[in-house]
Design a protein around this ligand. Structure first.
Ligand code: ADP
Ligand code: MG
Length: 594
């Protein structure tokens, strides 16, 4: 008796038409999900030529008999009906019965499968949706699916694919997310003959395995800054790993959210996570592997397979459960450690006020600054866009005036006597502006002075970040950054533009940021690439709180005078403001000038 049935028409019509197979990573995602659905405890993935050559997934799941093997390739064929009470929650879980059908249509496919205890396995081969051979196979329990020459018959689609490195990064991410979400199954990933991930199932249960996997996926340094959270409430459980507030990152590249173990991109959950940090975020971003588990009837996954969004029937409950779980854990950590306020009293922050969740407004109205910067636009999130600062009290032009240096305030501001008033300069903003322009100037002249580093700086990256960084390798070299790789997750900086000075941490943040925002080197406009790299390098190469000597202060102002835009740092913040004698006198309720 075949297990596989064809979905009823009413469900079929709810399934968004076609477009399941967009790129190699979508093939891999479907195959890995099928293996997991088949109860596999070991999944081995092999990729060649960024997935265009071969995507092979081998599992030890329950396998298929001969007839099911044939049926599996039919449209809207699924064996997963009986698992669910109603066909609608079936679709909610992404069982559409069309993945294999769609993959078969655009590749040369070979499926080999064997049921436990059967005398023989079977294998089917075909291409472009046509079966060409059917053969017996050795009786090895489980299923192997090989999709070769993806898009061989749809050259138009093939053109849409990104660079090999970009596709590989996506493929790796699929396995990383599956491995995080399914600690009960072992995963192995081999790309072009080299092993990128090998994650066995360790004794010790869910949390132990999740930790082991997080260490492999995030890299040791990010993982080292994470804390476990767990909160099980009525009808909803929230657990996983999140960054401690003292270990936040410059980007949100290491955020993974799961609902009932399926990876999702949920603005609501992300927003709730951020809310859990209350004011501890300071514009930075937590890494996370955050799991929400709830009754399948209480959410709806968008049926379109490429959209990973979910709709919850009670958004506020989910929002509160997540933000409270995060907050409660961080609070207990803070209380236990030294972050008491100076009087030794309660921790120096108060419970987040959890307001009702408001979904981001659709594009018609501009999203609020907070929502936009944190959740909508990844580049804005990584580097908050210039806020609409109140323009500095208008344009007092200090450039023609004599300056005499008064001193430094809070190791951050330089004070000058200027035109019978006070000129206050943000030394970091000014330094950033000057470096930014000098660097871009050297760049445009093709004359970047490069300084080899005696001791290379290291940045620990996730494997997918590393893929992204590698595809920028050549361009970054032109930009003055010589990168090298040590092992699959450590990037080395061997030389950098002489203008910049990086600490180890700053370099790691610089590279982490770039790996998120830069996209495809071939596609981005040259100006934009230069601007991004320059902005970030300047920001990261400025040491906070340095002492500035008087001569340095004067030299800085000379440089600033020559800058094209000496009034703003590269992010758009003002570099300085001037208080006139009149302004100062008014503060003392005097009539005249100082
Ligand atoms: P769906 O997963 O939505 O049911 P698919 O097209 O992905 O649809 O797969 C069709 C059917 O083929 C599945 O329902 C399942 O019965 C069978 N199948 C696919 N992959 C495997 C696998 N690795 N092991 C066992 N059965 C599988
Ligand atoms: Mg499937």
């Amino acid at each position: 008796m075949p297990e596989i049935k064809v979905l009823p028409e009413e469900v079929v019509s709810k399934i968004a038409a076609g477009e399941v197979i967009e790129r190699p990573a979508s093939v891999l995602k479907e195959l890995v999900e099928n293996s997991l659905d088949a109860g596999a405890t070991r999944i081995e993935v092999e990729i060649r030529k960024a997935g265009r050559g071969l995507i092979r997934v081998h599992d030890d799941g329950r396998g298929m008999g001969r007839e099911d093997l044939r049926l599996a390739l039919g449209r809207h064929a699924t064996s997963k009906l009986n698992v669910f009470d109603d066909i609608y929650s079936l679709a909610t879980f992404g069982f559409r019965g069309e993945a294999l059908y769609s993959i078969f249509a655009v590749s040369r496919l070979k499926m080999t499968s064997c049921l436990a205890g059967a005398d023989s396995g079977y294998s089917l081969e075909g291409e472009g949706g046509r079966v060409t051979a059917e053969l017996p196979a050795p009786p090895v329990k489980g299923t192997t699916i090989e999709a070769a020459d993806l898009f061989f018959n749809t050259p138009a689609r093939a053109k849409f694919m990104k660079s090999d490195a970009a596709e590989r990064a996506q493929l790796i991410k699929v396995v990383e997310e599956a491995a995080l979400a399914n600690p009960g199954a072992a995963f192995r990933l081999v790309i072009d003959g080299s092993e990128l991930l090998n994650l066995p199932v360790l004794p010790g249960g869910m949390m132990e395995n999740l930790k082991n996997r997080a260490a492999a996926v995030f890299g040791k340094s990010v993982y080292g800054g994470m804390a476990a959270i767990e909160a099980r409430g009525e009808g909803i459980a929230v657990y996983g790993l999140v960054s401690r507030p003292d270990a936040l990152a410059a980007t949100r590249v290491n955020q993974h959210f799961f609902v009932n173990r399926r990876p999702v991109a949920s603005p609501l959950i992300r927003q709730a996570l951020y809310r859990g940090y209350a004011h501890m975020l300071t514009g930075r971003h937590p890494a996370c592997a955050l799991f929400v588990e709830l009754d399948p009837a209480s959410f709806d996954a968008n049926i379109h397979p490429q959209k990973r969004d979910v709709k919850f029937s009670s958004e506020n409950e989910v929002f509160k459960a997540v933000s409270n779980a995060v907050y409660a854990e961080l609070l207990s950590k803070q209380t236990a450690s030294v972050r008491m306020d100076e009087r030794g009293g309660a921790p120096a922050f108060s419970a987040p006020d959890v307001p009702a969740y408001r979904a981001p407004q659709p594009a018609a109205s501009a999203p609020s600054a907070e929502t936009a910067s944190l959740f909508d636009n990844p580049s804005a999130a990584a580097e908050p866009a210039p806020a609409p600062f109140a323009a500095a009290p208008q344009a007092f032009d200090w450039r023609g005036e004599d300056l005499s240096y008064i001193g430094q305030l809070a190791k951050s501001y330089l004070l000058f006597d200027c035109a019978a008033g006070l000129l206050v300069v943000d030394q970091h903003a000014a330094q950033e502006r000057i470096l930014f322009e000098k660097y871009l100037d050297e760049f445009s002249k093709g004359a970047i002075k490069v300084q080899p580093l005696l001791v290379p700086l290291e940045a620990e990256l996730s494997r997918s970040q590393m893929e992204t960084v590698l595809k920028w390798h050549d361009w970054l070299k032109e930009a003055g950054f010589e990168l090298d790789q040590r092992g699959p997750t450590v990037a080395l900086l061997r030389a950098a533009p002489a203008l910049f000075y990086f600490t180890q941490t700053a370099f790691a943040e610089f590279l982490g940021y770039l790996s998120e925002v830069l996209g495809d080197p071939g596609k981005a406009a040259e100006d934009m690439k230069r601007n991004i790299v320059a902005t970030m390098a300047c920001k990261k190469s400025i040491k906070a709180h340095d002492f500035v000597k008087p001569q340095e202060a004067m030299r800085l102002m000379e440089d600033l005078k020559r800058a094209k835009d000496g009034f703003h740092c590269p992010h758009g913040r003002p570099t300085l403001f001037h208080l006139s004698g009149g302004d100062i006198a008014r503060r003392f309720q005097r009539g005249g000038a100082v």
